[in-house]
Design a protein around this ligand. Structure first.
Ligand code: FAD
Length: 586
């Protein structure tokens, strides 16, 4: 097959906040950048981020980056790498001001400064009073950031391949990555994009679970591409369930609703969070609040005819505050539930939200893999954003820290790539053999005759993940889940695409996405089986305690043979003292 080729200095796969922030850095440095996105860039999931972005600006209450760092380490249940966390929290104020100067229309305080709201897990003075650290553009912060970054990229002349689907990375014999094979979705035509450096910024994999807050496109493609390229995935057992999804539907009601003063009640009208987190109550970290809601429902204090959810009360904030600070939430409640939150509470239940695990990187966004004596960087390969695991979120991400992660590490990776390009000025030859290997996968869904449909298998997978790998886990249930996921993986070969000569190209894309999801499901369940302790979002009922003696380490899952390895947490920050593990109470 003679496939057309294009050459760029850098290929950025993904046009969410992380990919666009990196691309902007590169375009400003006159690098030739290609940005590939399977949807129009401003439809990337970053657009859906509601609550805001954390930075210790101290516009409302006293604050500093070191407190933010403490909260992030504690929020992640001490599994985060403290060098990366320090780097992120120190950079936060700068990146937010940069965003403001780039044109992000943040909400304002009366003083004219950027508006900030309190969010879960935020404290002053290392665990003291609630801090107010989340910078917001009403409840549409991601929308504001993504559109601004896109417009700036257009101005800087980044080259966009909109609605192109990346299938696989292209590698040479040593495993170095020299670009990617992509398909133009509309025509189905393949294209080879050769690049001196490749950055994976493909976002999370919320579609692993039936009830989730994620866009339908969040199928973790980049993570699965890395797995197929022999790169392990780190900490996949840690998946965040957000406490306040619209009950039965899963759409997100931002933590900002509680930040503004909203609270949860059970069927008895009790504000139950004070029992679970006496100090932080409704603003405890997400894993804590999600488990509390499960416990209330399980113990018979759920609301509604089926006693299967709790209620989020915001009416007392008054119509004006709701319209000004939470307009998107109001609209969603009215559209999907017919409820005006200024008059009645919103039924909520935990919903799958965020992939803490991902492609292992260092704080420059370089992909790092373990070798016999330590770690090695894969030259020219980078990953940032939700698909990466740097790891700043550890075992549980704090609200407002992901938008921060994507801009901080997008910018850092962009900066590092510029240096790399200065030293590596020429393209490396991509041999036909390596192209052929990737191209072979294009025909993966042709000549299919079995009886499985993509949609059917995808739903089944999501149901299995929700039932067998949800908020609470145990050896027995996970083993059963793994067997089911592996059985689904085997059935992939029987997937039938309707007559391929007539089938619309998106059907083929959805089949690729399903295969990616299945690979990630195996990674997630296997990693969850491996970790025999409870930490952050990973709750094992058979190992209810955190075990720092044996488990203060990161999981690495390899596709070859579905094997696990472990590596130590980087507990040493860059300039300050380590925060040693302590009991995590809110
Ligand atoms: C509803 C919701 C609300 C949130 N609210 C907040 C919040 O208030 N604060 C906060 O900090 N975080 C929030 N988060 C989390 C945060 O928004 C995300 O983690 C973050 O925006 C992810 O950015 P990203 O750049 O990594 O990926 P995304 O924005 O998801 O972008 C991924 C990109 O990759 C592209 N892509 C993927 N696969 C392929 C492929 N195979 N080929 C080509 N292109 C591909 C997509 O087209 C897209 O452009 C929220 C998340 C959700 C779901």
């Amino acid at each position: 097959m003679n496939i057309p080729r294009r050459r760029f200095d850098t290929l950025v796969i993904g046009a969410g906040g992380s990919g666009l922030r990196a691309a902007l850095q590169l375009a400003h440095a006159e690098a030739k950048v290609a940005v590939v996105s399977k949807v129009f860039p401003t439809r990337s999931h970053t657009v859906a981020a509601q609550g805001g972005i954390n930075a210790a600006l101290a516009n409302v209450t006293p604050d500093n980056w070191h407190w933010h760092m403490y909260d992030t380490v504690k929020g992640g249940d001490f599994l985060g790498d403290q060098d990366a966390i320090e780097f992120m929290c120190r950079a936060a104020a700068n990146v937010v001001v940069e965003l403001e100067h780039a044109g992000v229309p943040f909400s304002r305080l009366d003083s004219g400064k950027i508006y900030q709201r309190p969010f879960g897990g935020q404290s002053r003075d290392f665990g003291g009073a609630q801090a107010t650290r989340t910078c917001a553009a009403a409840d549409r912060t991601g929308h504001a950031i993504l559109h601004t970054l896109y417009q700036q990229n257009i101005r800087a002349r980044s080259h966009f391949f909109d609605e192109f689907f990346a299938v696989d990375l292209l590698q040479d014999a040593q495993g170095d990555v020299l670009g990617a094979l992509v398909i133009e979705i509309e025509t189905g035509e393949p294209l080879i994009i050769e690049a001196k450096t490749t950055l994976i910024a493909t976002g999370g994999a919320g579609q692993l679970f039936r009830t989730n807050t994620n866009a339908r496109i969040n199928t973790g493609d980049g993570m699965a591409m890395a797995l197929r390229a022999g790169i392990p995935l780190q900490d996949m057992e840690f998946f965040q369930f957000h406490p306040t999804g619209i009950a039965g539907k899963g759409m997100l009601i931002t933590e900002g609703a509680r930040g503004e003063g909203g609270y949860l009640v059970n069927a008895e009208g009790e504000r139950f969070m004070t029992r679970y987190a006496p100090h932080a109550a409704d603003l405890a970290s997400r894993d804590v609040v999600s488990r509390a809601i499960y416990a209330e429902v399980k113990q018979g204090r759920g609301c509604g005819p089926n006693a299967d959810h709790v209620l989020l009360q915001v009416a007392h904030l008054g119509e004006e505050v709701i319209r000004k600070r939470l307009p998107g939430i109001r609209e969603m409640a009215m559209t999907f539930l017919g409820i005006d939150p200024a008059k009645a509470p919103i039924p909520v239940y935990p919903t799958a939200h965020y992939t803490m695990g991902g492609i292992p990187t260092n704080r420059f966004g370089q992909v790092v893999v373990p070798v016999a004596h330590g770690e090695e960087v894969i030259p020219g390969l980078y990953a940032v954003g939700e698909c990466a695991c740097v790891s700043v979120h550890g075992a549980n991400r704090l609200g407002g820290n992901s938008l921060l992660d994507i801009v901080v590490f997008g910018r850092a990776a962009g900066g590092h790539i510029i240096e790399y390009l200065a030293e590596h000025r020429y393209h490396r030859e991509l041999s036909q053999a390596h192209v052929d290997a990737a191209v072979a996968r294009l025909s993966r869904w042709e000549r299919r005759g079995g009886g499985e449909t993509v949609e059917g298998l995808r739903r089944e997978l999501q149901g299995v993940m929700e039932t067998y790998c949800g908020v609470f886990r145990s050896e027995e249930v996970l083993q059963e889940g793994l067997a089911k996921v592996l059985a689904i993986q085997a059935r992939l070969d029987d997937v039938r695409l309707r007559d391929t000569s007539r089938v619309f190209n998106t059907a083929r894309i959805e089949a690729f996405e399903l295969e990616n999801l299945v690979d990630l499901a195996v990674a997630t369940v296997s990693s969850a089986l491996g970790r025999k302790e409870s930490r952050g979002a990973h709750s094992r009922v058979d190992f209810p305690e955190r075990d720092d003696q044996h488990w203060l380490k990161h999981t690495l899952f390899y596709k070859q043979g579905n094997t696990l390895e472990y590596k130590p947490v980087r507990t040493k920050p860059l300039t300050v003292d380590t925060f040693p593990p302590t009991a995590r109470v809110y």
